[in-house]
Design a protein around this ligand. Sequence first.
Ligand SMILES: Nc1ncnc2c1ncn2[C@@H]1O[C@H](COP(=O)(O)OP(=O)(O)OP(=O)(O)O)[C@@H](O)[C@H]1O
Length: 608
Amino acid sequence: MTSSKRREPDEAPPREPDIMPPALPAMWRLCKLGYQHEPGLLVFAFAMTLLAAIPDALLALWLKILADGLLDEDRAKVILATAGMAASVTATWLLRTVSARVSRRFRDRVTIALEAHVATLQASVATIEHHERRDYLDRLSVLRKQVFVLDHMYMSLFSTCGWILRLGVTIALLVSIHPLLALLVLFALPTVVTSAWRPGIERVTEERHAAYSRLAEHLFRTATTASAGKEVRVTGIGPDLVSRRRTEWEGWYRPIAAVRWGSAAWHAAAWAVFGGAYVGAVVLVAAGLDGSVGDVLLMLAAGARLSAYVGATVGEIGFLRGIWLDGSRRLVWLEEYAAAFTAKADAEVPDRLDDGIRLDHLSFAYPGTDRLVLEDVSLHLPAGRVIAIVGENGAGKSTLVKLLAKMYEPTSGRVLVDGRPLDRIRTDKWRARLAGAFQDFFRFEFQAQHSIGVGDLPRYDDEPAVSTAVRRAGAEDVVDRLPSGLDTQLGPTWPDGAEVSFGQWQKLALARGFMRDRPLLLVLDEPTAALDAETEHELFERYAESARDNADGRITVLVSHRFSTVRMADLIVVLDGSRMVECGSHEDLMARDGQYAALYRIQADAYN
Ligand SMILES: Nc1ncnc2c1ncn2[C@@H]1O[C@H](COP(=O)(O)OP(=O)(O)OP(=O)(O)O)[C@@H](O)[C@H]1O
């Protein structure tokens, strides 16, 4: 998104999706999300984890009472200490077991909820820009990995509270010997600082170099998946892919390993400071304060526990900071990013088109690039007409189609649908009135019925609707040849799956594109490139006929390199080097004797 984008005066300022939301509110948001999904389990698991912390921390006290009882030959103290120890050990075991089970249940449930949440958010982002911008991709790739551990985070937060409670009890025990001993905690602070700092800088380095690991993953997939298999073998690129993958992986790993070593050295130094202070405190109690044997034992046990508790607390905080704070920020970023698209959508989709679609000084550069692939295009696509877009490879034809389908937002200029700015129309509503097929269609390896039916989800299972779409697309021959017709599973890797040729897939994709009954815009972006010119011509003639009959003012936009097909359109738009150079009917453009006429003649001569 660039600052040059033209906005309406009353429009909200554009969002800044590059900025990550602050950590603590993001973490709070994730807590609330967990509570919304599993309130009872969350509260119970939290309470259990806290309860389990107390008897564990009291063990040092029982030890002191036992030593004092033995030295004073006080039976009551010895019995109290022994009973206390037994109760502490049993309660610790029991509460830990219960809390582990409850936590496990909570985690399982909340994981499913969070994964579904992230998947829904990603799918609800209106444009596909986030699938192409490098910085967003890196952010999303880290979030995708983290979503599987986000459930650990709740446990980590509970445990952190448990460790803090243990720490509190232990400090109180030390203070009972001498208040000065509370200062021991201060010597643990450097370890807290290094633990909190380490994961942050490691994460920043990981994100900075995430492009290497993404490329390494891509190279691995290319070397191992079936779709690239043929070309990998014919070109013999396999060993090269393997060695490039290694290089990319090292490009990712080396800086991260260096940062890890550096931060580990600082962390070790911080622990050395605490170790020195602990030894000093034991000497102080034994020699300086003339403490009893019980006091020295309490100091030894509580001090040792203090180090373990501080270690565990900072470890958990580090984990929380490194993954949860970070993961929750990414999640909230994705939530805000997805929400920003619907926030400004306040216009309705017209029920039918009267005027049509107008492009108003439209310019576009792909996300993360500066080169305009469409530049200052102004154009009227009249309602109820068939419009063809022609031009050399890379002239921007598919880009124009993608902008009409709202896959991207224009860099500057506007698209107006019957006078309403397209960016103010809710994307899901606009897409519900959009139909068509794309050059880079997807092969849905479902049953043929469903592979076509997804073109209009509410009628996914509606066989008559699917059969109508098949007829509209002229794909009856493909379905007739499938072993079980529409019930055939597509894709040879599935049980009883049928192998389908590229051209057949293309026709099925076309049928999918014809599922909707009342589209306002039908886009056909070279969906028949794999078919011969004659078949394409016949099909398009049929589409054009039905397009002109419709009562919704539907606009049909077709992209084709075949001029025999293009000439039937009501309006032909010629793109050249990102600009629109000509626009008119076949007859107009031939009479003008410009670029269209020249290209038309070259192709006509080639066919003669
Ligand atoms: N996702 C993308 N990111 C960056 N640049 C892109 C992207 N997709 C296309 N382009 C660039 O935009 C330009 C226009 O591409 P587009 O696909 O719109 O051309 P086209 O006219 O449809 O070409 P063809 O006839 O080959 O399909 C090309 O230079 C292409 O390299």
